[in-house]
Design a protein around this ligand. Structure first.
Ligand code: 2RA
Length: 351
């Protein structure tokens, strides 16, 4: 019998992208589809592949008969409800941060470690954070061939990583500064936001985003590190299966709506040429090369947003580090960075 698929968080930002992905899939291995959300959203009607579904409220019974449950909800909801879904017999694919570093929960990127989906003692499989995910298809391909030893990363993260509130805040800030001649004197952007009744206390970000970049992504964790930077380190190690990989990340929020970018400085066991790296990227179906700087070809968020692949450009052999490649990647943080990777895991389970 075709398996039953549940989507928990069906009405949220990532849930909405998930339905879009489900609508676009060629293969369709599922029988029943069940859309689950909070009590507040229960009763809403959503269409999946031309069939109208009524959203049901999150409850233990909602998981009865479900084979695979994809969770796109905040950490605390997943922490409570994923084990309940698993206890009712569903395999959970969870997109929150609640289980990613749990030793009994595999952290899966299909291009890197799909075989791990079978080793799930808690009945839960975790989806990585979008920042890590945005580079993983490219980095995993290089690692398989050249043996990654060190990773130094700077991220340029879109505001939709902070949810709908992040997107609304950026648009409001841009409206408050455009045509005001600000951005030329220290503090004038903050003044323009205050004048537009956009106090920073109401923002999901700790500094103005309009006409700015903010070197603080996620929550502050002490010793100088933000949560996004620690996630890049810990998750990269777990996904690639290199527990002692040397990693250092600086994560920066930028005024981009959707699509995270990363400048990657990756060091391998021996020298890797740009040509060798290109061959590896070209052989990876989910990586698209955009790398002809002489002709202004490189990935930018504005040019690739909405796409499923990991876009790679600016590939260089680092001048003073022969074993090191520098490159720039862009990935849609809501698609491969969240919904698509989760769906790909569910699809692999169904197969
Ligand atoms: C962010 N990576 O960009 C986070 C979202 N999970 O804020």
């Amino acid at each position: 019998m075709a398996p039953t698929l549940a989507l928990v968080g069906a009405t949220g930002a990532v849930g909405t992208v998930m339905i879009d992905i489900m609508n676009g899939r060629q293969e369709w291995p599922w029988g029943e589809v069940r859309l689950i959300a909070s009590q507040r959203s229960a009763g809403r009607h959503l269409t999946v592949r031309g069939v109208e579904h009524t959203v049901v409220a999150l409850s233990p019974e909602a998981f009865d008969g479900v084979d695979i449950a994809m969770f796109d909800v905040p950490d605390e909801i997943s922490a409570e409800w994923a084990p309940i879904a698993a206890s009712r017999g569903a395999v959970v694919v969870d997109n929150s941060g609640a289980f990613r570093m749990d030793d009994d929960v595999p952290l899966v990127v299909p291009e890197c470690n799909l075989d791990r989906i079978h080793d799930r003692p808690r009945g839960i499989i975790a989806n990585p954070n979008c920042t890590t995910l945005s580079m993983m298809a490219a980095l995993g391909a290089l690692h398989r061939t050249f043996d990654l030893r060190e990773l130094v990363v700077a991220s340029y993260q879109a505001v939709s990583g902070a949810g709908v509130a992040g997107v609304e805040r950026l648009y409001a800030e841009l409206a408050a500064v455009v045509g005001k001649g600000v951005g030329v004197r220290a503090g004038d952007v903050r003044e323009a936001l205050e004048a537009a009744r956009l106090p920073l206390e109401d923002s999901p970000f700790p500094a103005p985003l309009a006409l700015n970049v903010v070197p603080a992504a996620g929550s502050y964790k002490g010793d100088g590190w933000y949560s996004e930077e620690l996630k890049v380190r810990n998750e990269s190690r777990k996904i690639l299966g290199i527990p002692d990989l040397r990693v250092s990340a600086t994560c920066v929020r930028v005024p981009v709506v959707t699509t995270h970018s990363l400048a990657v400085h990756a060091t391998f066991a021996s020298e890797v040429t740009v040509e060798q790296a290109r061959e590896v990227f070209e052989a990876q179906p989910s990586v698209v090369l955009m790398d002809d700087p002489a002709d202004n070809v490189f990935p930018t968020p504005a040019d690739v947003v909405g796409g499923d692949p990991t876009y790679v450009g600016r590939i260089r052999q680092a001048l003073d580090f022969p074993n090191t490649l520098d490159f720039f990647v862009c990935g849609d943080n809501l698609r491969k960075g969240a919904a698509l990777n989760t769906y790909e895991i569910a699809e692999a389970l169904a197969r």
